[in-house]
Ligand binder design. Structure first.
Ligand code: ADP
Ligand code: MG
Length: 639
């Protein structure tokens, strides 16, 4: 049996169980063996029946001397049994397991594990673990430390454990480390994580498996890097005159941070190895124009650029930005999303789109640069779409990634950081608004908008932590939209959510951009990247439901022009913790600081949007385990 075999090769795993296992993301034997207990019950203490005390976790070895089904008052069946050893007898009661009367017939030797308690002034077991014992096999479910697995409907702990045991007895697991760094053998760890002798063994086993997780991430990054470096890439020339002219023609002066990053990128585009660079920059730091300049250089060299955005809204916006900034030049830009293709005749110079682009366009013959915006919204699979070609890659993200994580997940990339916000940008005043001031806040918003001709976002949260909008969420934003319309009678309101058709979404956004809509009521679909410089107020409902980094992203939708901007946070959750978290946001304007905090408070998954993409999702290890990350890094460096 091999780790890569399908679980369906195990006995008792037919199509129905295979499906259930799949729900736990268990497809191969390896997945099964890496589905590890989230806690352990210590049944290792054996007791004679006469010494059993109530509420003690113990195991008893004995013989079933009687068992029968008996109806309960509520009409269900309970199983009344007796267990004897050479010191005494104890009653056992199970509920609704009628088959036990046939399975544990008198004379059956069993181990019973659990806690006893008082019943009719006698001590008895209620629904204990049981396991038939025949002296030949070691017990699996009783009489020792027993792992408890995180479960889902339809798969019991006992069933899972039996499948794992079967696989463990037959599998051969090969060690891949030359130097063990004082860790357990891989093989040993896999056995001990499921069937440890004590909790220390379980800990040791978990450490080795956690190490493997980091190691595997690092190794794949290293492999990606080696693969990339092996191939030659297109070497681009930087023709200073037209490039500088283009930069001069932009509607603003580049920040020194943008200049620095542009220089870093140019330096690499000139090389004959491909660029693979991660551009990190806080919300509003101006990443897009950096991408535009790199695309321009690529165009001047006669190559194509591909720009991938995570949403249609964003793809559309990039398309508009590119068209505007290249207005005076003859550069052909195509916009390709799930539902539309906007393409001029002839050869396209720049493709902009969502990942639908990957499947629709087969003519990427001449790609010199691939740009991926808001990278964390994609999985690694999509990032790999150009595996057969070898263009330069620029990946952009507004999510500041803590160093240790960046160095593990993205150690194949070089890092550029935009750590400066364009100068004319006012700070966004952020308030946590108490509920009794809600009406006052609405009045204030009306006044602001009428006085300054500015615009406002009102964000209603998703009920679930997920990117997919359920109908329930849409209903709640629709309801809110209805009542807001009554509150802001003299203003024009628009409604945006992910369930709208692409056309409708784009229409509403362009109406908002063109100031035909004053207040945009929306779910967090506007979170990433939307740029409407005339919008100055961001109101967020249910703010406690969002992570700090996400709130910061939302807040970053305003304060993009030169007008004073505001972010108003509302929450029904007035727990100290929620208030504390939200207050931090009112005091901090640095996305990097907030992300670090979020990382501590909520874990890496939320910060990176890992949950949606699955990329970097750790099953066993913990991102805060910097010691183990260091160890794994050393190990990978020595390979
Ligand atoms: P992000 O980094 O969040 O993607 P964008 O690229 O959307 O930010 O830029 C945000 C806004 O700042 C845009 O309206 C853009 O035109 C503007 N901008 C970019 N660079 C500068 C600059 N150097 N000076 C002034 N405004 C800038
Ligand atoms: Mg952006």
């Amino acid at each position: 049996m091999n780790l890569t075999d399908s679980v369906s090769t195990l006995p008792f795993v037919g199509p129905s169980f295979e499906k259930k296992l799949k729900r736990l993301e268990i497809i191969t034997i390896s997945d099964l063996l890496h589905h590890i207990p989230n806690r352990y019950l210590d049944f290792s203490k054996f007791t004679k029946i006469k010494d059993i005390k109530p509420d003690e976790l113990i195991s008893v070895f004995g013989e079933i001397t009687s068992i029968k089904n008996q109806p309960t008052k509520s009409g269900k069946l309970m199983q009344m049994g007796t267990l004897e050893d050479d010191t005494g007898r104890i009653n056992i009661i199970w509920f609704n397991q009628f088959y036990l009367a046939r399975m544990l017939i008198p004379g059956t030797k069993v181990i019973i594990s659990g806690k006893a308690s008082w019943f009719n002034r006698k001590i008895a077991f209620f629904s204990p673990q049981y396991e038939k014992m025949d002296y030949e096999h070691e017990s699996v479910h009783t009489g020792k430390i027993i792992g408890v697995y995180p479960q889902t409907a339809g798969l019991t702990n006992k069933w899972l454990k039996a499948r794992i045991k079967y696989a463990l007895d037959r599998i051969e697991i090969f060690e891949f480390l030359k130097d063990k760094h004082g860790l357990l053998d891989f093989d040993d760890a896999i056995h001990k994580i499921h069937f440890p002798r004590d909790s220390e063994e379980a800990e040791e086993a978990k450490k080795r498996l956690a190490f493997n997780e980091f190691y595997n991430l690092l190794i794949s990054a290293k492999e990606r890097k080696n693969k990339l470096l092996k191939k030659k890439s297109i070497k681009l020339e930087i023709d200073n005159k037209p490039v500088n002219e283009f930069i001069e023609s932009l509607p603003f002066k580049l920040t020194s941070s943008q200049k620095k990053v542009v220089t870093e990128i140019f330096k690499e585009l000139r090389k004959d190895t491909p660029m693979n660079r991660l551009l990190q920059g806080d919300v509003g730091s101006g990443k897009t124009v950096v991408a535009v300049i790199a695309s321009f250089v690529t165009f001047l060299n006669g190559y194509q650029t591909i720009l991938l955005a995570p949403t249609q809204i964003l793809a559309n916006q990039h398309y508009e930005t590119y068209k505007k900034l290249f207005e005076k030049l003859t550069i052909r830009i195509a916009l390709i999303t799930g539902s539309s293709v906007k393409k001029e005749l002839g050869k396209t110079d720049i493709y902009i789109g969502t990942h639908a682009l990957i499947n629709k366009i087969k003519e990427f013959t001449n790609v010199g640069l691939a740009i991926i915006d808001e990278q964390h919204k994609f999985g690694v699979k999509q990032i790999d779409f150009l595996k057969n070609k070898n263009p330069n890659r620029l990946t952009m993200t507004a999510t500041p990634i803590p160093r240790t994580i960046a160095q593990t997940l993205f150690s194949d990339m070089d890092l550029s950081i935009l750590d400066e916000i364009p100068e004319n940008r006012p700070k966004i005043k952020t308030w946590l608004v108490p509920n009794e001031k809600r009406e006052k806040a609405y009045e204030w918003i009306s006044e602001q908008m009428i006085q300054h001709g500015s615009q406002c976002f009102i964000i209603c949260p998703l009920v679930e932590e997920s990117d997919t909008e359920t109908l329930k969420n849409v209903r709640s934003v629709k309801k809110e939209f209805g009542s807001l319309k009554l509150k802001f009678k003299s203003l024009k309101l628009g409604l945006l959510h992910g369930k709208l058709k692409e056309k409708e979404k784009n229409q509403i956004l362009s109406d908002f951009k063109n100031q035909k809509i004053d207040i945009l009521v929306s779910t967090p679909v506007v979170e990433v990247g939307i740029d409407v410089p005339n919008a100055t107020i961001m109101l967020i409902e249910g703010a406690d439901r969002f992570g700090l980094a996400q709130l910061h992203q939302l807040r970053g939708r305003v304060g993009r022009g030169d007008k004073e901007s505001y972010c108003l946070l509302f929450t029904e959750n007035e727990s100290g913790k929620a208030i504390h978290r939200l207050t931090t946001l009112t005091k901090t304007s640095s996305g990097f600081e907030l992300a670090e905090l979020d990382f501590k408070l909520r874990g890496a998954g939320d910060v990176l949007g890992i949950k949606q993409s699955g990329f970097g999702n750790l099953k066993i290890a913990d991102w805060s385990d910097t010691k183990l990350i260091k160890l794994a890094t050393e190990a990978v460096n020595n390979v």
